[in-house]
Ligand binder design. Sequence first.
Ligand code: NAP
Length: 276
Amino acid sequence: MSGGIKIFALFGNPVGHSLSPLMHNAAFKKLGIVAMYVPLSVDRIGEAVSAVRSLGISGVSVTIPFKTAVMDHLDCMDEAAREIGAVNTIINEGGKLAGANTDWLGLSGAVSSRLGMSGKTFAVIGAGGAARAAAYAIIKGGGSPVILNRTAKKAEELARSSGADAWPLERIGRLKAEGLINATPVGMHPAEGGIPVPPMCLKNFGWVIETVYNPYETMLLKAARASGCRTIRGLEMFVRQGAEQIRIWTGAEPPRDFMKRTVAAALKKTERGKTG
Ligand code: NAP
């Protein structure tokens, strides 16, 4: 299909606001790889996966709402994807489709590079795919996750299946820990006024780690800094999960700093557009 150009895709719905195409196309160009990464808004994930085989698409990023549903349509999966219960990366190995999860690597890399995980406790807000990746990453890193979620039953289920603890979200003011991770979409563009926890509880955490990468500065990050916390932006996880996809698809060392500068510039330009 591609006449010498390798084709990569993003499957999700919606995909219009994703910065993955910008980041991945910039990375391919920087590496001198002749490839194109296209966002595709998908209705039926099974049909989209069939197209990967029939069109010879080399690799796919999978995003909301298909990270779990896509698993039924693949030939095999890595251990992390199976344990987390979510695939964000498909690799086409000569027609055999393998699933992987790089979200946990993205989070793990972002946190480990700043404060480390071993022996530390992290409050994880949320119980969906990002929270499952966070719990997996923390346990792998030798830390202890505490899951707090709007729907308490889902927090308890995740805690049971991952070996974490669960706490009622409304009691967060009584929890003290090294880190707090927002694994909900609260605060994400275009609903940027949202904050997933009451700002007055933030003083109980040394670090606040965001998974939302758009906007560049979420309400949570601003409130965390005002409370004296150190912070890690969602951009850090986003770039690292994307860099791991590049590594898996091409075997090349991903130009991570360049990818980060590319995405950060786009996000800052959007912020300036809002205020200017
Ligand atoms: P998901 O599976 O849909 O889970 C969302 C979780 O957030 C659920 O536990 C849900 O609670 C909770 N939630 C949703 N809206 C809420 C609200 N208004 N108030 C309180 N809790 C709320 O989504 P996901 O795949 O985990 O993704 C979550 C976020 O992670 C995404 O929006 C994205 O920003 C971020 N993410 C970032 C990266 C990155 O590379 N930076 C990668 C993956 C994900 P209930 O259980 O009560 O519904």
